[in-house]
Write a protein that binds this ligand. Structure first.
Ligand code: G3P
Length: 217
């Protein structure tokens, strides 16, 4: 399963890319706003730091302007994936960009029916928002299970990119279900390393080791 970082913060991205676990980046208009920097410059800088796909989202809502924005974003670097919302115009934009050879990530997906349409529109990635579904008392990971089954039934190439991840359990569940990608906020990627038994076990090993007076180097 690929791990993407859900961030537009250059400092965070640089630090976490050093771990070797980051296969790509997703951004959205809220993350760009939070960064405080220009979208075109930010996406260009991220693309220079990361070899994998970097999702950059359009902000228009009509097909014609979305397509123009998407073409402009795609021209920034070869690893840009254009992100479009799951609307009628967004899916038309997905079809047009995909036909022209640009990878598209269809975002703000909340039903399996929407995910089916995105696959039929040629999306490279579908981004179901599991955390936001959980927030309203629905079953976010249940949606991932449905989409994985539907895509497998028809051999769709669209990759299931689990977004709006709130916990390490979401990551484990996504892997068990065979999702292709999770995009993680930095704090969830960092949390994946940790377990209290790892910490206490290491403390005990180091205490015992110190008592030996030995040194490996
Ligand atoms: O980038 C899309 C998605 O991951 C946003 O997550 O936490 O704002 O629901 P969140």
């Amino acid at each position: 399963m690929k791990i993407f970082l859900d961030s537009a913060d250059i400092g965070e991205i640089t630090a976490l890319c050093d771990t070797g676990f980051v296969d790509g980046i997703t951004t959205n208009p809220s993350l760009i706003a939070k960064s405080g920097y220009n979208i075109l410059e930010t996406i260009a800088e991220i693309c220079s730091l990361v070899d994998g796909p970097v999702s950059a989202e359009v902000t228009a809502t009509d097909f014609k302007t979305m397509l123009t924005e998407g073409q402009k974003l795609a021209a920034i670097a070869p690893n840009v994936t254009v992100k479009v919302p799951l609307t009628r115009d967004g899916l038309m934009t997905c079809r047009a960009l995909s036909d022209a050879g640009t990878d598209v990530n269809v975002t703000l997906c909340f039903t399996a029916g929407q995910a089916l349409l995105a696959a039929k529109a040629g999306a490279k990635f579908i981004s179901p928002f599991v955390g936001r579904l959980d927030d309203i008392g629905r079953d976010g990971m249940g949606l991932i299970e449905e989409i994985c089954s539907i895509y497998a039934n028809y051999d769709y190439d669209t990759e299931v990119l689990v977004a709006s991840v709130r916990s390490t359990q979401h990551v484990v569940d996504a892997a068990l279900m065979g999702a292709d990608v999770v995009t993680l906020p930095p704090k969830i990627l960092t949390a994946l390393y940790h377990h209290p038994l790892t910490d206490s076990g290491l403390d005990a090993f180091l205490k015992d080791w110190k008592a030996t007076g030995q040194s490996i180097l």
